[in-house]
Design a protein around this ligand. Structure first.
Ligand code: CMP
Length: 141
């Protein structure tokens, strides 16, 4: 299986509730390696651009308001089959439907405050990592 990279975000609600450690522990336990990480607060323009694919959706403004409501932790992850592995560990988008033991089941509050974001495919992973990190900031392990 191929070594892949993917982007993960600990969302504002999970940062506020002090769940960074719990979330990163689950990612590492799944065999994913953190190769870059930083905390930042998105501007509305940045959040809108990051979630551009959802711009026409009814929840877009709610999504931007939430993602700019406080600091986030963004991390680039590396590992075998990292994109699918990360999505497995995250669980379903709606925490109420996420499998027990997944990040969203344990740390999500609702479909908006769902604890984490993760890239959904190889092309989005590449674009999303580049959105936050320069190539020189990625420390392959
Ligand atoms: P994420 O993986 O960050 O990708 C887009 C986000 O939009 C998603 O997680 C959810 O937090 C959010 N989202 C998706 N559907 C809805 C919805 N129906 N209402 C509010 N937020 C949503």
């Amino acid at each position: 299986m191929a070594i892949e990279r993917t982007l993960s975000i600990v969302k504002p609600s999970a940062v506020k509730d002090n769940h960074i450690g719990g979330i990163l522990a689950k990612l590492e336990a799944a065999g994913l390696r953190i190769i870059a990480a930083k905390m930042l607060r998105l501007t509305p323009t940045q959040a809108g651009n990051f979630y551009d694919v959802h711009r026409a959706r009814p929840f877009f403004q709610e999504l931007v308001d939430f993602m700019t409501s406080g600091p986030i932790l963004v991390q680039a992850l590396e590992g075998e089959n990292a994109i699918a592995k990360n999505r497995d560990v995250m669980g379903a988008t709606d925490p109420a439907k996420a499998a027990p033991g997944t990040i969203r089941a344990e740390f999500g509050n609702n479909i908006s405050e769902n604890a984490v974001h993760g890239s959904d495919a190889a092309d989005t992973a590449t674009a999303e990592i580049a959105f936050f990190f320069a190539t020189s900031e990625l420390c392959s392990r």
